[in-house]
Ligand binder design. Structure first.
Ligand code: SF4
Length: 355
């Protein structure tokens, strides 16, 4: 679909079906558009309706906002949340009054210099209230365009964001840009909704790539999940004649710092070394159910082995190692998965005794 066809389809739809009675669509000024745009960030239209008129009645001009006590501004904002928006609003108002003679600059690059105004908000102010040909790309418009072009890649990535801004720029018309901007926001909010787009009512249906693919909700592509590195370890649960388990205390810094844990080994050769180190004779081996433990930066797959051991009489106990009696457990700090593994081991050992 050519850009002219695209914008005229959107504008025709807006003339017939778009919303024209929202309070910020009347008496349009840069100030009113700006306040409405800031209120609409992260907030539903239905909620903003309860605030916009009251705000405008109390602070009808950018000068009034600049001069109001901060408490008054925050009071008018109470219930809308994200109060940084209100503080930035007043900061920006003060700058507009002090540096621009109370008039919003007619230039997107200057508008984005004001606190709390991003490129899309600047585009909305410039196009809706000044008639400047400036694209916007708020959440709703991003959804429409990502679907229309079947845009691959997460739009939060700079490369993808650049492509999407180029798309927004390409389709922005040279005339009626004020209505076009409102139409695109409306289309995203009412038809091209997040989970159930009403494609059959949409003026872009014929050219929409996501619709043609039958994959509307695949776009915009969500933020990619980070690939979590995987590690594996073998944990021997050495159980002596009394059914006590050999634990060691982890170094005070690092993972499970200072907690008591089962040894972490790479393989069975390491297990034999560990047994030798503690003068243990290994007997029966039994694989217990594995565990996957997720840390903030990796995932650990634990392969636990219950191993019966005989202690030789000559071994001298070392610091940071102890025999943990499952029947009368000492009060120690245990790493969470180790607690679970000890319980599993206790179940197996008890079942063995009662058999
Ligand atoms: S056709 Fe469907 S998916 Fe495409 S822009 Fe319209 S509502 Fe969105």
């Amino acid at each position: 679909m050519q850009p002219e066809q695209f914008s005229s389809a959107v504008l025709d739809w807006y003339d017939r079906h778009g919303r024209h009675n929202l309070p910020w669509q009347h008496d349009i000024t840069p100030y009113r558009v700006w306040v409405s745009e800031i209120m609409l960030q992260q907030t539903q239209v239905s909620t903003v309706l309860g605030y916009f008129d009251k705000f405008m009645e109390a602070l009808p001009t950018v000068q009034a906002l600049a001069e109001a006590p901060e408490d008054e501004v925050l009071h008018l904002w109470t219930g809308l949340g994200y109060y940084t928006r209100a503080r930035n609003l007043q900061k920006a108002a003060k700058i507009v009054v002090a540096e621009h003679g109370g008039e919003f600059p007619r230039d997107v690059d200057k508008l984005v210099e004001l606190p709390g105004i991003g490129l899309s908000t600047a585009g909305a102010i410039a196009s809706i209230s000044m008639g400047l040909r400036a694209p916007i790309l708020d959440g709703n418009v991003k959804r429409v365009l990502a679907r229309f072009t079947a845009q691959e890649g997460y739009p939060g990535e700079p490369k993808v964001a650049k492509q999407m801004w180029a798309t927004a720029e390409r389709y922005t018309p040279h005339s009626r840009v004020n209505h076009y901007t409102q139409a695109m926001m409306d289309l995203g909010a009412t038809l091209c909704t997040r989970s159930k787009p009403s494609c059959l009512l949409c003026p872009l249906e014929r050219g929409c790539e996501a619709h043609m693919l039958g994959q509307e909700t695949r776009y915009p592509i969500p933020k990619p999940r980070k690939v979590v590195p995987q590690k594996r370890t073998l944990m021997p649960i050495f159980a002596n004649q009394e059914g006590a388990i050999l634990l060691y205390r982890r170094p005070s810094t690092g993972l499970w710092g200072g907690l008591w844990s089962l040894p972490e080994l790479d393989d069975f050769t390491d297990m034999q070394h560990l047994a030798n180190q503690h003068a243990l004779e290994m007997g029966e081996h039994l694989a217990l159910p594995g565990l996957v433990h997720t840390f903030s930066h990796f995932q650990l797959t634990i392969e636990p082995w219950l191993v019966r051991v005989q202690e030789s009489a000559h071994h001298v106990a070392e610091d940071d190692w102890l025999w943990y009696n499952l029947a009368t457990p000492p009060r120690l700090g245990l790493a969470a998965p180790v607690k679970k593994l000890l319980k599993n081991a206790a179940d197996v050992l008890n079942a063995g005794e009662s058999a």
